[in-house]
Design a protein around this ligand. Structure first.
Ligand code: TXA
Ligand code: MG
Length: 340
């Protein structure tokens, strides 16, 4: 089997793709679909057998729960025990969008979706394709990122194809994802509310809407400078290193100390752009967090395609706007030896 790819660049192809995808999902199959964050690998969230195929296709550990995608508040209510006033406030402000809310799950969500846990992550995504697909299906879609477990999330249909071509019957091609990194995961079941995975929607923005403290809990918080201790997630094949330099000479010095063939070294710069550095490639990413997030995974995928051995990434700024980007870079730079 090699995946079929359907484009959606016209009204006719959009409608045809929605119907083909819905047909497969109703039959208990999986389909790779665009969202505004990253591409997702979707199945009917109410159908345990269908959801099992997601775990199989990705090689995902059964302990890692899936996000359930909805396209209305009514559908969100079906997935949770109680739709609290706080959930309603967060949803009114951030949905459709890149925020996942963790709440106690309802009985309609089979245990496999939540990895046996009592809570479920739900999100109303903004991308028009998945919204229309969920509306037509009339059931919510469980969907993790559409990549093999622990690889960099896909932001184009070509990335999905590269990773899952023999494991999924259909990939919908909507072009590059507009956000570019995964959603913010917010746990509303505890006090204070906690961000479990940072994203482009920041704790401060959420605090402003909820009117209560939002804590940041992530594997990487506080440990951004010691990536060797991190679990290796979201990783390219190449070794990723964060580095700072002020001049070409300093950068050259860093590169020479790596002791690798120069063509295997790729550089991702956003502020101090190398001028005359002998290396495999220099990619320039815009020095603005939204634009950087949109470009980052694309650049990491390209480094892998071009056979990079080391990716030297210019360390991004410290402020909150950049936190999710720093989190993903820290995870991607964790050494393979530290994999769980
Ligand atoms: O932007 C996104 O969130 C993308 C698109 C496809 O929606 N999805 C995504 O899914 O990144 P995935 O499976 O690659 O990451 C889901 C994250 C995992 O870190 C998982 O542990 C966490 O969300 N998660 C899901 N349900 C949870 C729950 N009930 N409690 C705590 N964490 C949960
Ligand atoms: Mg993922």
């Amino acid at each position: 089997m090699s995946a079929e790819i359907l484009p959606i660049e016209s009204q006719e192809s959009f409608t045809a793709a929605v119907h083909r995808a819905a047909e497969l999902l109703r039959a208990g199959q999986i389909v790779a679909v665009p969202t505004e964050t990253v591409y997702g690998l979707a199945a009917n969230a109410f159908d345990a057998d269908a959801v099992r195929k997601i775990y199989e296709a990705k090689g995902r550990p059964p302990k890692n729960p899936l996000i359930v995608h909805v396209a209305s508040i009514e559908m969100a209510r079906q997935c949770v025990q109680e739709w609290t006033a706080e959930a309603a406030r967060a949803a009114a402000h951030f949905w459709p969008g890149a925020l996942t809310l963790v709440l106690p799950k309802s009985d309609r969500i089979p245990p496999i979706v939540t990895a046996g846990g009592a809570t479920v992550g739900i999100r109303w995504p903004a991308h028009p394709f998945i919204r229309e697909l969920i509306r037509v299906c009339a059931f919510p879609l469980a969907a993790p990122s559409a990549n093999l477990s622990n690889q960099v999330s896909p932001t184009t249909a070509a990335h999905v194809f590269e990773s899952l071509k023999d494991r999924v019957p259909l990939i919908i091609d909507a072009g590059p994802a507009s956000v570019g990194i995964e959603s913010t995961v917010l746990d509303l079941t505890n006090t204070p509310a906690r961000v479990l995975r940072p994203g482009m929607i920041t704790p401060r923005e959420i605090e402003a809407v909820l009117g209560r403290t939002v804590a940041l809990h992530s594997e990487t918080s506080g440990h951004l400078r010691s990536p060797g201790q991190l679990h290796r997630h979201y990783s390219p094949r190449a070794r990723l290193l964060l580095a700072s330099w002020r001049t070409d000479e300093e950068l050259l010095d860093l590169i020479q100390r790596l002791n690798r063939p120069l063509r295997e070294i790729h550089i991702l710069a956003h502020e101090i752009i190398p001028r005359k550095i002998p290396c495999g490639r220099v990619a320039v990413i815009p020095p603005e967090p939204q634009a950087y997030a949109r470009a980052l995974y694309q650049e990491l995928h390209r480094c892998d395609q071009l056979g990079a051995g080391v990716i030297l990434v210019e360390t991004p700024p410290e402020n909150e706007q950049w936190f999710a980007i720093r989190d993903r870079l820290a995870r991607a730079s964790a050494f393979p030896e530290s994999a769980p």
